[in-house]
Design a protein around this ligand. Structure first.
Ligand code: FMN
Length: 456
């Protein structure tokens, strides 16, 4: 590895906070707990995980899940989190080169992992649009019972027609209706968990049912929600225990906290009722310079020449394999007007002509090749959580003191060893600072996230 410059100083806002005590809560009605919880988010697919290294494991092998969850539990992580992707993303009729293909079913895996763990929470991402509420509620409740009250449900809406075609229901739900639908869905699930008789006759389904299982040690699964739009926040304010958010910088997290507290109080709930765990990548070293070297290694292994060409093809909509990854950006026009959902959430709705013209100009100005440009756009960035063990621990201390977040949902950049540095070096420093649990608070996920007993 080559020598690299040290990390730049903290951003202005972060420096401001770092120089003195935090005098005010972010929101007049919100009281920071000063405590953090961690989740481990096993992405499975996605180029943010390094798959092209001799240290990489398989995204579907049991051994990968087992190693990672055991490390997370050793580090007193509150939750082990699995995403969901029900259809492979494609480009020009073949699976997208940016992804690793295929992700096993979350609930089946989590049931197995429940048997080899004792305290860590088990969270399954499951969409409300293409599942059936009675069936899904029963499966989640089963996981909750089997695990002694450790189950969580990450509610996602995933309404796109691309995924819907897998269910012979492409595009059946209008985008603006998806949270209305989700709310009715969750209500049915909660009624079943509480043993109530349901007689629901709605726009999308008819249900006459009663719950078949007893309540679990935590009453019912913890509700996470991932969807950050105003409609998503309003839904979370009314319904969720935790939001899995995309806002991981201090400034964005602070704004998001204010907005979520507003949504929660507007729904008549306690201002502290909804916890916020942003997704985050953490890259650590004994020194800032070592962490920065590691970041460059991660970035270079995330995006190789083939991935760089594939990234551009998402926006150009044409075969660019004849272009040299070490050469300038393609001097040809895109063939599509707008990128679409077949290319994945990150690529949606981009206006191809405008974007490719802007990228060509930017790359030319900075003198970047296709490969360098792709790495700059989508590889691991310098961020809040790249640095020495102490720097990142101090920075997390700022987040906790301010109450901007309640913890992080960490995507390890390497499977299965990507949490080792965090558990071995960061967690003890957070424990020394008194902002991270030294032991599990209880046996259920609800207790370990500091949530009150379930209402209802
Ligand atoms: C942090 C985060 C993680 C998500 N994970 C998934 C996932 O694993 N599977 C999925 O189908 N959708 C996932 N989503 C997509 C959301 O369910 C939702 O469809 C999308 O964010 C649009 O909702 P919004 O307009 O309210 O933000 C995720 C969203 C966020 C913000």
């Amino acid at each position: 590895m080559t020598a690299v410059p040290t990390l730049p100083a903290l951003s202005e806002e972060a420096q401001g906070l770092a120089t003195g005590p935090v005098e005010h809560p972010l929101h007049p009605e919100h009281t920071p707990t000063g405590q953090l919880s961690f989740g481990a988010f096993f992405q499975g697919v996605n180029s943010s995980t390094v798959w092209r290294s001799e240290r990489s494991g398989s995204q579907i092998a049991w051994e990968s899940f087992e190693t990672l969850i055991r490390t997370a539990e050793r580090g007193r992580f509150a939750a082990f989190f699995l995403g969901e992707g029900l259809r492979l993303r494609e480009h020009r009729g073949v699976p997208l080169e940016l992804d690793v293909a295929g992700r096993p079913d979350a609930q089946t895996l989590l049931a197995g992992l429940a048997a080899i763990t004792e305290s860590i929470g088990l969270v399954a991402t499951q969409n409300t649009t293409y599942n059936d509420p009675v069936d899904l509620a029963r499966r989640l409740q089963t996981l909750d019972l089997l695990s002694g009250g450790r189950a969580g449900w990450n509610i996602v809406t995933t309404d796109n027609a691309w995924t819907g075609e897998n269910f012979r229901r492409g595009g059946y739900l209008d985008h603006e209706d998806r949270y209305v639908h989700a709310e009715a869905f969750v209500k049915v699930a909660q009624q079943l968990w509480r043993g109530e008789q349901i007689d629901h006759h709605g726009q999308h389904y008819d249900v006459a049912a009663r719950g078949t299982l007893p309540r679990s040690a935590q009453g019912e699964p913890v509700l996470f929600q991932a969807g950050a739009s105003p409609a998503g926040q309003a839904f979370a304010g009314r319904t969720a225990d935790v939001i899995f958010s995309p806002h991981g910088t201090l400034a964005a997290a602070a704004d998001f906290r204010r907005s979520v507290v507003d949504a929660t109080t507007a729904a008549g709930r306690d201002p502290q009722a909804v916890k916020i765990l942003p997704g985050a990548e953490i890259i650590l070293g004994a020194t800032d310079a070592e962490a920065e070297e590691k970041r460059i290694w991660v970035r270079d292994h995330q995006i190789g020449p083939q991935q760089a060409i594939a990234l551009l093809e998402q926006y150009w909509g044409r075969d660019l394999s004849d272009f040299d990854p070490d050469g300038p950006l393609p001097d040809v026009e895109p063939e599509i007007e707008q990128s679409d959902v077949t290319r994945g959430a990150g690529f949606q709705f981009a206006k191809a002509k405008e974007l490719t013209a802007a990228w060509r100009a930017e790359a030319a100005e900075k003198g970047l090749s296709i490969l360098e440009f792709a790495r700059e756009k989508s590889g691991a960035r310098r961020g809040e959580f790249v640095g020495s063990y102490d720097r990142v621990a101090d920075r997390l201390g700022q987040f906790a003191a301010l109450g901007a977040i309640d913890g992080l949902n960490i995507t390890p950049w390497l499977i299965p060893s990507g949490l080792d540095d965090i558990v071995n070096h960061l967690v003890p420093r957070l424990q020394e600072r008194g902002i991270y649990p030294t032991e599990y608070a209880g046996t259920t996920l609800r207790e370990n996230l500091g949530l009150p007993p379930v209402q209802g």
